[in-house]
Design a binder for this molecule. Structure first.
Ligand SMILES: [Fe+2]
Length: 500
């Protein structure tokens, strides 16, 4: 159980900093009746927040924060896990909480707002869940007219054409006001694409061109090419040429869009009968994984290649030279293992997860031969320098499990130089859980990797979250700075930094 004295201390710290809402108030009343066992320190943030927003200014800075780091780090993740004594059963279900960490010449502020989706507003008013979630069966009490009826906007963020969006793979991008984070509503990119899913992993090339996809449970795939100004240049919708039902991320290279279609079958009858989407999925390894290659120049030119079954959430990057194509990804445990783990942690139960590990794929474009190389480090959430998206690259950074000793989550960071095979690591120690860290290019630099690595962590002993900033080329030297919140925030998935 969370110690009341520590809660009061956190509350006093909050009061001293003039917080709009105290963490004390947020945490009281939770932990009972909703099925969360709050005894595992590193899982505390999965308890969730109560739907109120957070704000803190002049954050405490430990170490030396680079003065040239100016801009906003937006991060999204599931923030609300229970209502009226009912708790979501899967981490992916929670309603989106978007954070804005604003770095302004050595001063940092924090703001976190729940995305006021249609679903969030209706359920807040009712004081209970009214709509089904991805991993939790809830009998709908409101009509479901399309994907956005159940959009939780909880996975990532995007700023394109001067607008900010909260992203969720099952529905539309949800537009937010970039300053206040107030929700404006689902973005319709073009009338014929209204309500089509827009994945949480768009890829933006160095010239600002954005590529994205959206996949429907019925096995259709939408493709989008969007200009730096936010206009749809081209789009298409087609039937996925494989029996898959979940596509989370993809890769863009100079000539291609690349998808790994994992053998996940969906029992639509079970979904219609009220089963949670997740419980209607099954893993059919005999079908293997299909690699789908789509020409960027002509979406109708598509090729399919077979490879062994692999469960993949995230890619680092990819490139091609017309003869060969290379990419990297993180291979996750297959279904149902991955979801057994994600459900255990949502009950507050410590459960060791099978590691997800780096993979490097090479496709010979003439012969169709695929070769795979793997590494053993336990990692997720790979990132590359945003300047090398779709181009030849050599550096990938990940949160990594280095010395977790039976604890859930990542405790450090890993930097791989994929040409030399050299690596650098840093471990924060047993008390800290490390989330995705993004690469922020140093102003005036041009070389890949010249930048800072910026991301969020949770210190389970102090029960506070912090942002850490590293020199991306020297992560083993430890963080340059930690920026402390006077409270904790829920774990997020993905973020993006936009320079001021
Ligand atoms: Fe993701």
């Amino acid at each position: 159980m969370m110690q009341r004295r520590q809660l009061l201390q956190a509350g006093a710290a909050g009061a001293a900093l003039g917080l709009s809402h105290l963490q004390e108030a947020l945490a009281l009343g939770l932990g009972g009746g909703d099925g969360f066992a709050a005894g595992v320190p590193e899982l505390l943030p999965l308890q969730g927040l109560d739907g109120r927003d957070l704000e803190a200014r002049d954050l405490q800075i430990e170490g030396r924060l680079p003065a040239a780091l100016r801009g906003t780090y937006y991060k999204n993740g599931p923030g609300l896990m229970s209502r009226g004594g009912q708790r979501y059963r899967h981490w992916f279900d929670g309603d989106g909480l978007v954070q804005a960490w604003r770095f302004d010449g050595g001063r940092v502020s924090h703001q976190a707002r729940f995305v006021q989706t249609q679903k969030f507003r209706a359920e807040s008013q009712a004081g209970r869940f009214l709509l089904p979630a991805y991993g939790t069966a809830i009998k709908p009490e409101l009509p479901i007219t399309g994907p956005d009826s159940v959009n939780v906007a909880n996975t990532s963020v995007l700023r394109q054409g001067g607008r900010l969006y909260a992203l969720w793979e099952g529905g539309s991008a949800y537009e937010l006001d970039a300053d206040s984070l107030a929700a404006k509503g689902p973005r319709v990119w073009a009338p014929e694409l209204a309500g089509m899913p827009f994945s949480a992993h768009p890829k933006v090339e160095a010239d600002g061109t954005l590529w994205n996809f959206g996949s429907t449970p019925g096995g259709r795939l939408a493709l989008y090419q969007i200009s730096p100004q936010g206009q749809v240049l081209r789009s298409t919708v087609f039937k996925v040429p494989a029996s898959t039902t979940m596509v989370h991320d993809f890769v863009v290279t100079e000539r291609y869009l690349v998808f790994l279609l994992a053998p996940i079958h969906l029992d639509m009858q079970a979904v219609h009968a009220g089963s949670a989407m997740l419980d209607a999925m099954s893993w059919v390894p005999a079908d293997g994984t299909q690699l789908l290659l789509v020409s960027k120049a002509d979406f109708n030119q598509r090729r399919l290649f077979s490879m062994p079954a692999a469960m993949v959430f995230h890619f680092g990057n990819g490139w091609d030279d017309g003869k060969q194509l290379q990419l990297d990804y993180v291979e996750a445990p297959a279904l149902p293992e991955v979801n057994v783990s994600l459900r255990a942690i949502m009950r507050g139960e410590r459960r060791l997860h099978q590691p997800s590990t780096p993979r490097f794929l090479r496709l010979d474009l003439d012969s169709g031969r695929i070769t795979l190389q793997s590494r053993e480090e336990s990692v997720e959430f790979p990132v590359v320098d945003p300047r090398v998206v779709a181009q030849r690259y050599r550096h990938v950074w990940y949160p990594a499990a280095i010395d977790t000793q039976g604890r859930w989550g990542y405790d450090g960071l890993l930097h791989l130089d994929i040409e030399s095979g050299r690596r650098q690591r840093f471990c924060f120690g047993q008390d800290v859980v490390v989330e995705e860290h993004v690469l922020v290019p140093k102003p005036g630099s041009s070389k890949e990797g010249e930048g800072w690595l910026l991301g969020l962590c949770f210190d389970s002993r102090r029960q506070r979250s912090f942002a850490s900033v590293f020199d991306a080329q020297a992560i083993s030297a430890g963080p340059l700075a930690k920026v402390w919140l006077p409270y904790w925030v829920t774990y997020g998935f993905h973020g993006k930094f936009y320079a001021a």
